[in-house]
Ligand binder design. Structure first.
Ligand code: HAM
Length: 422
């Protein structure tokens, strides 16, 4: 019988890979805490209209990529394709805006999009992201970008490029869309089928198309930065000036539009180079969404956020060193299972990572497992040791050994291990 496999594009993370994941997660939480963000956890499943109304009907995510299903109660639900919509929903549902003028939330978890799987592009992928409600910027926009770059540097991912653009707001957008449609219409016949349709429903999306012909046409399209009104221009200049003051390198990329409809004003991406990263080299995307809270039924509230794709970050981080999962491995003469169990318990209670092969077997086979486990020390219990209330401690890398009294053993080992790994 053939074995069952995971859903295409959805991956297991096995214990040997977990240390690298934990490193990213730890650094992410440490970083956002330094900037005053609190963690939010929202459900993985949400009512479908939440995503349709926020991400936008004529986007790739909503048109093609959502995992949507009708549950047994006849509700239409969707596995979240991103975290911003859920954060806004939770912010409104719990009336957070009434309690605090500025809200800073961070989150980390799996997202789901039915995209074509490739290196760095999966159907279940992990995002670490954050959202700020109530701050119109542009200083927080710059601070957020700087925070992301600092975090990546701390992870050893230094070869990144920050791209920024502005989508303007209200008036700017209306004037720009008019100019864009005027430019695109004569090219209509050469556009892809999706783009021809979007020319009518959502012309900005034509600029985000991946089709080669569309891209060539988009490259010569009018640039939104040339249409910014005074306030939008001042906001964008403020962002750039603050990035310069913070010493964050960036490049203005006037063709950047991104694939979600909720954005206004600031847009940014952090692109990585090198490592095993292939074509999917956008490590992080984000921007401002000043109209979204209101569009989902709340009071007008500015919003800003980003999300980092964790699998992509892992691809540029490289393999790195991983610490072994165990400190000590207990090896015991058959018949001394109970002594082994009580020693293990004492070691674990004392904060050490300890294991043994409780199936028993010869000393030789237990030592083989001890060596394979990567543990630093082997603790041997035989009849002699039991009689003397002692344990023989063997350095599994150096081979030296000494017999130590059982009394006071655990703190002594803990101290030795701490000293050796310092
Ligand atoms: P996004 O650009 O759709 O933005 O996704 C952000 C990041 O998630 C991407 O840069 C990429 O690293 C990762 N990502 C996206 N799709 C995949 C995939 N199929 N496989 C692997 N990684 C992927 C958002 O999701 C917005 N919610 C970001 C945001 C927050 N904007 C404002 N607030």
């Amino acid at each position: 019988m053939s074995i069952l496999r995971a859903v295409k594009g959805m991956n297991d993370v096995l214990p040997e890979d977990i240390p690298r994941w934990r490193r990213i997660e730890g650094l992410f939480w440490d970083t956002v805490a330094r900037y005053g963000y609190g963690e939010v956890r929202t459900p993985v499943v949400e009512p479908t209209p939440l995503f349709v109304r926020s991400i936008g009907e004529a986007t790739d995510i909503v048109e093609k990529e959502m995992y949507t299903f009708v549950d047994k109660g006849n509700d239409t639900l969707t596995l979240r394709p991103e975290g911003t919509a859920s954060a806004v929903r939770a912010y409104l549902e719990h009336s957070v805006g009434g309690r605090e003028p500025v809200t800073k939330w961070a989150y980390l978890g799996p997202m789901f999009r039915r995209e074509r799987p490739a290196r760095g592009r999966y159907r279940q992928f992990w995002q670490a992201g954050a959202e700020v409600f109530g701050d119109p910027g542009p200083y927080t926009d710059a601070e957020m970008i700087d925070m992301i770059v600092s975090m990546m540097r701390r992870l050893g991912v230094a070869d990144v490029e920050v791209l920024v653009n502005s989508l303007g707001s209200g008036d700017t957008r209306a004037r720009y869309l008019e100019a864009l449609v005027r430019y695109l219409e004569p090219h209509e016949a050469s556009l892809s089928e999706d783009s021809r349709r979007r020319l009518r429903t959502n012309p900005l999306r034509v600029l985000d198309s991946k089709a080669a012909d569309d891209r060539a046409i988009a490259a010569a399209a009018p640039r939104i930065l040339d249409y910014l009104g005074d306030e939008d221009r001042a906001h964008f200049d403020g962002l750039c000036a603050t990035l310069e003051a913070l010493g964050t390198p960036y490049r203005v990329e006037p063709t950047l539009v991104r694939g979600l409809d909720y954005y206004s004003r600031t847009l940014f991406e952090v692109v990585g180079h090198g490592g095993e990263l292939g074509a999917q080299n956008t490590l992080c995307g984000g921007g401002r969404y000043d109209g979204l809270v209101e569009a989902l039924g709340g009071a007008a509230t500015p919003g800003l956020g980003f999300a980092i794709g964790l699998e992509r970050l892992l691809l540029v981080m490289g393999a790195g060193e991983t610490a072994p999962a165990l400190d000590v491995f207990v090896v015991y003469r058959p018949g001394l299972e109970r002594e082994a169990s009580t020693l293990l318990k004492a070691l674990r209670d004392g904060g050490l990572r300890a294991d043994a092969d409780l199936r028993g077997g010869s000393l030789k086979s237990q030592f083989r497992r001890a060596d394979k486990s990567g543990a630093r020390l082997g603790l041997v219990i035989g009849p002699d040791e039991v009689e003397r209330a002692a344990v023989t401690v063997k350095d599994l890398r150096g081979g030296e050994q000494e017999t130590l009294p059982r009394d006071g053993l655990v703190p002594r080992l803990a101290e030795r291990l701490a000293r050796e790994t310092a």
